[in-house]
Write a protein that binds this ligand. Structure first.
Ligand code: WT7
Length: 644
């Protein structure tokens, strides 16, 4: 392995940091390892307000965990009420900017008032603790307000990213058996209106559990309102009180469900609960982002993904920070929109994805150079491995070689950041997420669970339960155990490959299952394939990823057609829009290649490894003796690429 360059935090940065040296990190790590209950108990007391203390910190009934057992709390209380008796009451909680340029600043007091009012609206509709809601909204203040109002009452929310189609939304509403859908007329993206209400109406045609739909007015365009079912947010809000006490909730009350792609055609509902999630998200906010009182913090992800839940909404607000929320595309109307926002609000911490960084590189240095980025103190990356070249660019052009970079590895399932530098303590190596945070016992193993030697590739696992971990898959505890905890018994299987170097640094190499990562969004091979074969012209489909210079990976679909199913360019476009309709535009395959047949093993399993090789190298090598029809390979590899 070649030695990679190291970057040390400046003395100035380290001196002011929460964790200031490698020694301090090691000490914390060791405490969490030796006495996890004392360690997490102490963090929980320092970071969080509890209405009632726990009887014990941790209960492990493999593979089911409980944290802060018996304790009573509320995350909405911890994000809002707690700050109102401090100087923070008039601090900006949310600085919001819409894509057209409109702005709103909500102080903690104002946000609290708006959350209480909306919680009373939900109460007025008869909703109560134990119910479930779907939130399908653009990135406007009403989105975190809706989340915090649900959390205040003990209603588990499931935010569906605004880029999902009616089909995908419907599946999620049905699986969750949601009683209420909270949405908006629309939102702005690249100057165009995203018609959320119209899409929701299409989905709702088939969702009998939904009794009420609350619609927030954003774009002002006319939408259809179904009498008896649909209500305008601003109308319901007129008649409610602005006093609403936070419910006293058990630590294990479900907080949210986020659907994510797995290895089957059906998305999984990842269930997170309250107490443990709060504690670890709050701790990682401090450890990783090194938050200070005066900071303005911006995570440029979408709230529809877990990154936005933990590090746009709950983490920053629990810590009493100022969190920037921006509605639209970072390069609209000009490629410097993101840099303008940083200059305008004097952002100190920026958290974004490698895909975004590579797109900024492509747009050119002239765009960030036009702006004063001197407010930046720390940079973060999340969602996929960051290639060293992108890391170096981020460091030089955006960070002016002054800002540490935190490459944060985690997942929807983990709830909070797991492997990441503590910026004042850990020297970084471009491309490595560095070392696990306190309480996270990560390892790289073979299929039998034995630790592999440094430098060798293996499966990334977590050996012990951690507070913010998901608790189950919604209505599928069996799959939760089978898929994550029983393959290497007692350990959490992440689905990623990794290697560890001689210094104990982790290098994440990507997924080992049939999950692809496009622009930091998880896409499932099976989900895409089932969407394609639902099209009347398609007989079979096999989907693989190819490396892509901007999005990390891109989707390539191999498709065989039914007899007389047509061919040619029209069908390529039609199938791409079909996937857009079935899942969402962001899932559209980059290429569709029509083939006569797919390579399969004798048992009929599609040999995706081979297809992967074809799209990566345009050659085929390796062992193909299990192939049923060898001739198909030569036909496949000589096949001309269909432009999409
Ligand atoms: C998968 C999880 C967690 C927020 C966004 C994605 C990949 C995530 C990194 C990183 C290398 C990363 C992994 C992981 N991933 N962060 N810093 N370095 N890979 O959440 O949709 O649940 O996807 O994203 O492959 O398993 P997600």
């Amino acid at each position: 392995m070649k030695a990679s360059k190291r970057y040390h935090p400046s003395r100035e940065f380290s001196q002011k940091a929460h964790v200031r040296s490698m020694g301090a990190y090691r000490k914390l790590y060791q405490q969490a390892l030796d006495t996890p209950e004392e360690f997490w108990g102490a963090q929980a007391e320092r970071e969080i307000h509890w209405f009632q203390k726990w009887s014990h910190v941790f209960e492990w009934n493999p593979p089911f965990a409980k944290w802060f057992v018996g304790a009573k709390t509320n995350i909405s209380y911890n994000c809002l009420d707690r700050h109102l008796s401090t100087w923070r009451k008039n601090r900006a909680a949310i600085i919001w900017e819409g894509e057209p340029g409109d702005q709103q600043v909500l102080t903690y007091q104002e946000l609290h008032r708006r959350v209480c009012r909306f919680a009373n609206v939900l109460k007025g509709l008869g909703l109560k603790a134990g119910d479930t809601s779907i939130i399908y909204m653009p990135m406007i203040p009403a989105l975190p307000i809706a989340m915090l109002a649900c959390a205040r009452l003990g209603i588990a929310h499931s935010v569906v990213f605004g880029g999902f189609s009616a089909e995908a939304l419907k599946t999620r509403i049905q699986d969750l058996e949601a009683k209420v859908v909270i949405t908006a007329d629309g939102g702005w993206r690249r100057g165009r209106e995203i018609h959320l209400k119209a899409t929701a109406d299409e989905a709702l045609a088939d969702c009998p559990t939904v009794k009420d739909v609350v619609v927030c007015r954003r774009t002002g365009h006319e939408v259809a309102m179904h009498a008896g079912r649909d209500h305008w947010w601003h109308e319901l809000e007129q008649s409610v009180s602005e006093v609403c006490e936070a419910e006293v909730l058990d630590s294990e009350t479900p907080l949210f469900v986020l659907y994510t792609s797995g290895t089957t055609g059906k998305p999984k509902g990842i269930v997170h609960t309250t107490g443990g999630y709060m504690v670890e998200v709050a701790c990682t906010m401090k450890w990783v982002f090194d938050l200070r009182e005066e900071d303005t913090y911006w995570c440029a992800a979408d709230i529809g993904w877990v990154t936005g839940h933990s590090y746009i909404v709950y983490g920053p607000l629990m810590e009493g920070a100022t969190t920037v929320i921006y509605e639209g595309a970072p390069d609209y109307p000009q490629p410097d929109r993101i840099w303008r926002i940083i200059e305008k609000y004097k952002v100190n911490i920026l958290y974004t994805s490698p895909t975004a960084i590579r797109a900024f590189i492509k747009n050119g240095e002239q765009w960030p150079r036009k702006h004063d980025l001197s407010s930046l103190r720390l940079l973060g990356s999340v969602g996929e491995p960051i290639n060293p070249a992108a890391w170096e660019w981020y460091h030089k052009v955006i960070g002016h070689e002054r800002c540490p970079i935190v490459d944060t590895w985690w997942q929807t399932e983990t709830g909070s950041i797991m492997i990441s530098p503590m910026p004042g303590a850990i020297p970084t190596k471009p491309g490595s997420a560095t070392v696990p945070l306190p309480g996270i016992v990560a390892d790289v193993v073979d299929l039998d669970g034995n630790t592999v030697e440094p430098g060798k590739e293996g499966f990334l696992i977590i050996r012990r339960a951690w507070p913010a971990m998901f608790r189950t898959l919604y209505r599928d505890p069996q799959r939760y155990g089978d898929q994550y905890w029983r393959r290497i018994p007692g350990n959490y299987l992440t689905g990623d490959a990794a290697r560890r170097d001689k210094d104990g640094y982790f290098w994440i190499l990507g997924r080992v299952d049939d999950v692809m990562n496009v622009s930091g969004h998880r896409l499932s091979t099976m989900e895409l394939e089932s969407a394609l074969v639902r099209h009347p012209a398609v007989a079979e489909a096999a989907v693989v990823a190819r490396p892509h210079e901007i999005t990390g990976q891109a989707v390539v679909a191999f498709v065989t057609l039914k007899h007389g199913g047509g061919d040619g360019k029209d069908l390529v476009e039609e199938l791409r829009s079909w996937v857009g309709h079935e899942i969402g535009s962001f899932a559209k395959p980059e290429q569709i290649r029509f083939v006569e047949s797919l390579p399969k093993t004798r048992s009929g399993k599609i040999m995706r490894r081979l297809l992967r090789e074809i799209v990566t190298t345009d050659k085929v090598a390796g062992d193909i003796t299990t192939l049923e029809d060898l001739s198909v390979i030569s036909r496949l590899s000589s096949q001309q690429e269909e432009e999409s």
